[in-house]
Design a protein around this ligand. Structure first.
Ligand SMILES: C[S@@+](CC[C@H](N)C(=O)[O-])C[C@H]1O[C@@H](n2cnc3c(N)ncnc32)[C@H](O)[C@@H]1O
Length: 258
């Protein structure tokens, strides 16, 4: 079966098992450490909430804009089991680049989401973010890098067992241009040895190059904070941006001291 519409429909229930990789805790820590204690946070594309829940531990509030109904369902189900976060996390149907909220935020972030935003939509998106960002606020994202567009045949990336079923995700990536790839995820369900269901999702992956991103940030009055982290997160394309003259970045200095 091939899915139209909710691209994360087939992935949502097992997203944490089939899509989240071994570097995930470090990436979550990167985003969580930037959270201003007691501040107001805005997240684009929270998915199943792997970063949201860590940010919510420090923020006074987290507003989440998530276009996938399936991902919202998983996130809300997780939140239902965490009553102490009930007041703090707001989950809305929304998406970049266009959004309007009647609030200003101390921290705006997106993790593993930029691939869904076409480069021409990036500057309007940053303009909307800048209009919702407090003067000392922080914008953080990943997926800003110079990695070449991959060309990888389908292979099984991850699999997980649940009862007598085994669920797997296989992925293929192919170039469509200098900053664009096609991605196909095939989700298979096996009962014992028998293949009982196959769901396929095809979508685009947009690449965001540092000089273009920096130019779009500058156009809306934001500037990248120098000194991206080295080590295991070096290939994640992490970027922090702020208004020039803003107070020192929470968490960033802290991380450099580690
Ligand atoms: C790869 S998942 C990442 C989920 C989560 N941020 C994480 O790091 O685990 C991408 C998420 O972005 C959402 N998304 C897709 N297009 C979006 C857009 N234009 N604006 C906001 N979120 C979007 C998807 O529905 C999905 O939940």
């Amino acid at each position: 079966m091939t899915i139209d519409g909710d691209l994360y429909g087939p992935a949502a229930a097992l997203y944490d098992q089939l899509h989240v990789g071994p570097a995930s805790p470090l990436l979550v820590r990167f985003f969580a450490d930037l959270t201003p204690e007691g501040g107001r946070a805005l997240e684009f594309g929270p998915g199943t909430g792997r970063v949201t829940l860590a940010v919510a531990e420090r923020a006074a509030s987290v507003h989440c804009l998530e276009p996938s109904p399936s991902m919202r369902t998983v996130l809300l189900t997780k939140l239902a089991a965490l009553p102490r976060l009930r007041e703090r996390v707001t989950v809305l149907d929304g998406a970049a680049p266009e959004f309007r909220l009647d609030s200003v935020f101390d921290y705006v972030y997106l993790a593993a989401v930029l691939e869904h935003i076409p480069p021409p939509a990036r500057r309007p998106f940053f303009a909307a973010v800048a209009a919702h960002l407090a003067p000392d606020g922080v914008l953080a994202m990943d997926m800003v890098d110079n990695e070449p567009v991959p060309d990888e045949p389908e292979r099984e990336v991850r699999s997980v067992r649940q009862g007598e079923c085994r669920y797997s995700r296989s992925t293929a990536v192919w170039p469509l241009g200098p900053d664009l790839a096609g991605v196909r995820h095939v989700y298979r369900t096996y009962l014992g040895e028998e293949l009982v269901e196959t769901e396929t999702v095809e979508r685009l992956h947009h690449f965001h190059r540092p000089p273009d991103v920096h130019a779009d940030l500058a156009a809306v009055g934001l500037a990248p904070v120098p000194g991206p982290p080295a080590g295991p997160l070096a290939d994640k394309g992490l970027l922090i941006a702020r208004f020039p003259g803003a107070a020192p970045t929470p968490g960033f200095a802290q991380r450099e001291e580690k």
